[in-house]
Design a protein around this ligand. Structure first.
Ligand SMILES: Nc1ncnc2c1ncn2[C@@H]1O[C@H](COP(=O)(O)OP(=O)(O)OP(=O)(O)O)[C@@H](O)[C@H]1O
Length: 772
């Protein structure tokens, strides 16, 4: 391993005298002195840069001589122990350290004086070769146990080229360090040339200053001449030599020694000066350390205080700004407040004006209301006069016609607009039942009866009397399957009907109003009831054509009894604009532009098909025809009605198809159709019996509504009670006479005990009885 490599691996430890004495001095003071922990830290902080400076200059010196160096710091109480530890830890091979402080130096000095040196000499690992110097002189060498390798492991300084070194050394700023370096180098050169035996001798003999090699130039630039030689400096073997060459050489050596001595004297002087100065400086430093510490502490406090002050100033500035902003905001608010106050004053004056106006208008309104009240009173008086006059006129007419004063039938009830208005809660929109082509329908309460008020459009050519006359005719038409027309309000052209609570057949078909699906039995019954009511209308004198028959006109009461609505409307208002796409409208109407009895039969045929199939009305005729042709009627029958008796379904479908014949003349008579359907209501009979609806040999069963609900017999004198049901006169009177005030059918309390003759039903029963 080369020396350079060893050096790189930190196996050579060289400790600068200045460096090693620097910190301990301070440290001694610290340990032995009365400083507190904080002070110790401060002192260390002050001293450390100085040590670093010294160490760095030493390192720089070495680096300029191209020796690789590293700085290694170790902390400990005891320097000598640290050195020994470093040697051992890094396997240091070479060490140069002081033998004693410079003031103890003398030419005779052969022993180590410094306790540290003694300690290191004793304790350092044997593998390390140590030179102990004092005042630049090699005092003592402790050879390593491996000195056979010393030649190869000498420090790298020895290997430097002298010229090169000279050039580099000239660059050194410190002359002291330069001289010291050269001296070490000469020592090393000599030491390197010596064998192990010589090194051993050096241990016991006082060491003379080293000789400069002939190749090395003097760094002092002084001429080399013969100088007196000190006897102590000359080896005894050399003095005993007697030949001339030896003497000459001795002379040379003596000269060189003298010259060197002189140089060393100079160096010593210089060293003394430097060390003296340094010592003084150290003393000054020591005495000023405390002051310095205090100054540093004060400086720190000052810095702290100034930074605090700066921070406080910044805070103050910030707060000033905030206060300024708040003041500005406040000013803004004050301005706004003033504006708002101004506006408030204006508004208050406006309010006062408005209050005055309100008072004025209130007074005007009160006067207007009083006026209105008096006008209404007058109007009602006039209306009563008018109604009385109408009654008188009617009575006179009847007298003119030769009629008796007794009424031939039910007299139509006239209602005033006030009554209608009141009954419909001033035509409350939430009371509106719907709106058809011929006006809106409202639900109402009239004389404790639930009614439906149909507001007809005001247009029409009928005058007041004619309107009343026609309405009166219609009101006389009474049939259990017709919605009873209870009266009218000619003034507002409105008709008052009995209210039917259970929706219409259309609702059943579209499953609206949560109406459950009708059974096939109910459907046949409904078909029979429609047919019966139509037949009744058609047999009325004068004949009444419905003209707008469709499922929405077939209402169902609480017992699902059919009530045909809107009959005879075409007699009160002109009917036009019938929808061609409406499958219920007779196609022949669009040819003749005339509504006939057959038109109602056609519409009835379509309704029959709907009852059978509950299919969408458009295309229903085609579908059923097709099913009949394929002999597969069950394919189109509505399953939700239950298990249709297929034979009956088929027959009913055939009747419906006949009703819908294109040619009105080919459509069947309703009386025949009714008989046929009524037979179907009976339990199933052998098909041979019902092969033709013209077959007369069928059991004679009255329609259910011809029977009194109490007696279960065909009624002779049917009377309508307040619950809307028709009873045999004797039965219901007996019921009421027994103290009942509830309906025999619903068990609900009846509003009154009034009984109205059901003329329509009476007539129908009579008609039926006459037919059979
Ligand atoms: N007497 C009544 N009792 C209960 N509801 C009624 C009564 N009369 C009419 N309505 C209801 O009032 C609504 C309007 O009936 P309206 O007969 O005026 O018109 P529509 O049959 O629906 O249509 P359009 O007359 O245009 O063919 C319908 O929903 C009907 O069920």
């Amino acid at each position: 391993m080369t020396l350079a490599a060893m050096y790189r691996e930190k196996k050579l430890l060289s400790i600068a005298k200045d460096v090693k004495t620097c910190l301990p001095a301070a440290h001694k003071k610290l340990v032995g002195g009365s400083f507190k922990k904080h002070d110790v830290k401060v002192i260390e902080r002050v001293e450390k840069p100085k040590v670093d400076e010294l160490m760095n200059s030493y390192l720089q010196l070495l680096s300029e001589t191209e020796i690789q160096t590293d700085k290694l710091c170790i902390a400990g109480q005891n320097i000598e122990e640290c050195i020994v530890e470093l040697i051992a830890r890094h396997k240091i091979k070479w060490l140069v350290m002081g033998a004693a402080s410079d003031k103890h130096y003398s030419w005779k000095m052969t022993d180590l004086k410094s306790k540290k040196a003694i300690f290191v000499c004793k304790k350092a690992p044997d593998s390390c070769h140590i030179w102990f110097l004092c005042k630049g002189y090699l005092i003592f060498t402790r050879a390593s146990n491996d000195d056979s390798n010393n030649r190869q492991t000498m420090p790298p300084l020895v290997q430097l080229d002298s010229d090169n070194e000279t050039r580099k050394s000239e660059k050194l700023e410190s002359s002291y360090m330069r001289r010291r370096l050269r001296y070490w180098r000469s020592l090393l050169e000599q030491d390197g040339e010596k064998d192990t035996g010589q090194l051993e001798r050096e241990k016991v003999e006082p060491r003379a200053p080293p000789l400069f090699s002939s190749g090395s130039s003097s760094s002092f630039g002084e001429p080399v001449g013969p100088e007196p030689v000190s006897p102590e400096l000359v080896d005894s073997d050399t003095l005993n030599t007697s030949n001339v060459e030896e003497k000459e050489r001795e002379g040379d050596v003596a000269r060189k020694v003298h010259r060197y001595d002189k140089a060393m004297h100079d160096i010593g002087q210089s060293d003394r000066t430097v060390y003296g100065e340094a010592g003084k400086k150290w003393e000054e430093d020591a005495s000023t350390t405390e002051a310095l510490c205090k100054a540093k502490a004060l400086e720190g406090l000052c810095i702290k205080e100034s930074s605090q002050r700066k921070r406080l100033e910044e805070l103050l500035e910030k707060e000033k700004l905030e206060v300024k902003m708040v003041i500005e905001q406040n000013n803004g608010f004050m301005k706004e407040l003033q504006m708002v106050q101004g506006r408030n004053l204006k508004l208050e004056s406006q309010m006062r004006k408005l209050q005055d106006l309100e008072k004025e208008h209130g007074e005007k309104f009160d006067t207007a209301m009083e006026l209105l009240k008096s006008f209404r009173q007058k109007r009602d008086e006039i209306r009563i006069d008018h109604e009385n006059a109408v009654k008188e006129v009617n009575a006179l007419r009847r007298l003119v016609k030769g009629e008796t004063g007794e009424s031939s039938g039910s007299e139509m009830l006239d209602y005033s607009f006030m009554e209608i208005n009141e009954a419909t809660n001033e035509f409350d929109p939430s009371w509106k039942l719907g709106e058809g082509k011929y006006g809106s329908v409202y639900k109402g309460n009239l004389q404790h009866l639930q009614v439906a008020v149909k507001m007809l459009p005001s247009y029409g050519s009928l005058n007041h009397f004619e309107f009343e006359r026609r309405v009166e005719i219609l009101s006389r038409v009474r049939h259990p399957n017709l919605v009873t027309l209870m009266g009218a309000c000619p003034e507002s052209r409105s008709l008052i009907y009995q209210y039917i609570p259970n929706g219409s057949l259309e609702d059943c078909f579209s499953s609206e109003n949560n109406v459950p699906a009708l059974s096939w039995e109910s459907r046949i019954r409904i078909a029979s009831e429609i047919c019966s009511a139509l037949l009744f209308l058609h047999s009325n004198i004068p004949c009444i054509i419905h003209g707008n028959l469709k499922p929405s006109k077939i209402l169902l009461d609480s017992n699902l009894v059919t009530k045909i609505n809107d009959y005879g409307i075409s007699q009160l208002i002109p009917i036009d604009g019938l929808d061609k796409s409406d499958p219920h409208v007779d196609p022949h109407y669009f040819v003749s532009r005339e509504m006939t009895l057959e038109s109602d039969i056609y519409a009835f045929g379509i309704i029959l098909l709907q009852l059978l199939t509950r299919r969408p009305v458009s295309g229903i005729l085609r579908d059923v025809k097709c099913a009949l042709e394929n002999d597969n009627i069950s394919a189109v029958l509505d399953n939700s009605a239950g298990d249709w008796p297929v034979a009956r379904g088929k027959k009913l479908a055939n009747v419906a198809i006949r009703c819908c014949k294109k040619n009105p003349m080919n459509r069947p008579d309703l009386a025949v159709v009714l008989r046929f359907i009524d037979r179907m209501k009976a339990p199933e009979v052998p098909s041979s019996e019902t092969s033709s609806y013209a077959n007369q040999n069928v059991p004679r069963r009255p329609p259910s509504h011809y029977l009194c609900p109490i007696f279960q017999e065909v009624m002779k004198d049917p009377l309508i009670a307040a619950d809307g049901f028709t009873y045999e006169a004797e039965a219901i009177r007996e019921w009421l006479a027994n103290g009942h005030d509830t309906s025999p059918m619903t068990n609900l309390k009846m509003e009154d005990c009034n009984l109205i003759p059901n003329h329509a039903l009476h007539l129908a029963i009579q008609d039926w009885q006459n037919q059979w």
